[in-house]
Design a protein around this ligand. Structure first.
Ligand SMILES: [Zn+2]
Length: 297
């Protein structure tokens, strides 16, 4: 069975809550080894920590997402530092920059309900603080970036970065910038979103990513694969979007192997090595829990 690693998703989101037991069994059945679960705001950090105690395959990560940046409390830095340092396996994310939520979103979009949208300079300040936190404890930073790659580069060049590297999740920037980011320590996680015609530019980027910086993600429960490739249908969320089961990581591996014109086994072996280096290695000899062992034959 191909060993599968999900570099970025959100097990704590409400739409997966009723399915957790079944989902654990599904993942063990497909060769799943580990997945990085990203908290996106202060309320989620304790939930992610709890999930990491319940499921050995969960690698916890805590961060303030750019969409949640404007709603942070005055205690956010103390809380984030505490969440990250409480667990030697915990990383920092999801953090980053989003210009679309500031300039591109349609007014009245239901996703804006209850949000104070932070302008880009405020997002950048919050992002840089979290990057420096990741650097201080050498935890991997998982970064979201939408339509702000120039600003991202500027922040990365002027802030301390974790020595072990950082992840540009679901990378949607230009192919020409891949090398620049890789030289700064970036890894890039492929998402099946790239199969949609409006995201086709991502295909060129993921051909350009160096093999030793390649990772695979679902971003579950969002960004479900097209219906004909969805292996674990879970129905729809309240807003009508298809709920993406993290077991669809297998679909993303297949699509990436097709895109790069390589066989699945060597690609999976490379991704496994990359994932372990970025998220599970004892970079400073902190104890780390092993991911799931292969299922007995
Ligand atoms: Zn995400």
């Amino acid at each position: 069975m191909t060993p599968l690693y999900d570099a970025h998703f959100h097990l704590q989101f409400d739409s997966l809550g009723p399915h957790l037991g079944a989902l654990d069994a599904d993942l063990r059945g497909i060769g799943y080894r580990a997945g990085v679960v990203n908290g996106t705001n202060e309320d989620e950090w304790p939930v992610v920590a709890q999930l990491s105690r319940r499921f050995p395959w969960v690698v916890p990560s805590h961060g303030l997402h750019p969409w949640d940046c404007g709603n942070r409390t005055s205690a956010w830095q103390t809380r984030l530092r505490a969440a990250v340092t409480a667990d030697d396996r915990a990383h920092v994310g999801e953090i980053g920059l989003d210009r679309w939520i500031v300039e591109g979103v349609r007014p009245g979009d239901p996703r804006l309900a209850g949000l104070r949208v932070a302008p880009l300079d405020e997002q950048a300040e919050v992002f840089a603080w979290q990057l420096a936190l990741a650097a201080e404890f050498n935890r991997t930073a998982s970064i979201h970036c939408t339509q702000a790659f120039g600003v991202l580069l500027e922040v990365l060049r002027t802030t301390a970065l974790p020595a072990r590297g950082f992840l540009l999740h679901g990378y949607g920037g230009p192919a020409e910038m891949v090398k620049t980011f890789a030289d700064l320590g970036a890894y890039f996680s492929y998402n099946v979103e790239a199969l949609q015609p409006r995201h086709a530019a991502q295909l060129a980027s993921f051909k350009a990513v160096p093999a030793d910086r390649l990772l695979v993600e679902t971003d579950a429960p969002v960004k479900a694969p097209p219906p004909e490739r969805n292996r674990f249908p879970l129905g729809s969320d309240a807003d009508g979007s298809t709920i993406n089961h993290p077991g669809n990581i297998a679909v993303a591996y297949d699509a990436l192997a097709e895109l790069r014109g390589v066989a699945l086994p060597p690609l999976a072996a490379q991704v496994e090595e990359n994932f372990r280096r970025l998220f599970l290695s004892d970079a400073d000899s902190r104890p780390r829990r092993e991911p799931l062992a292969p299922a007995p034959a």
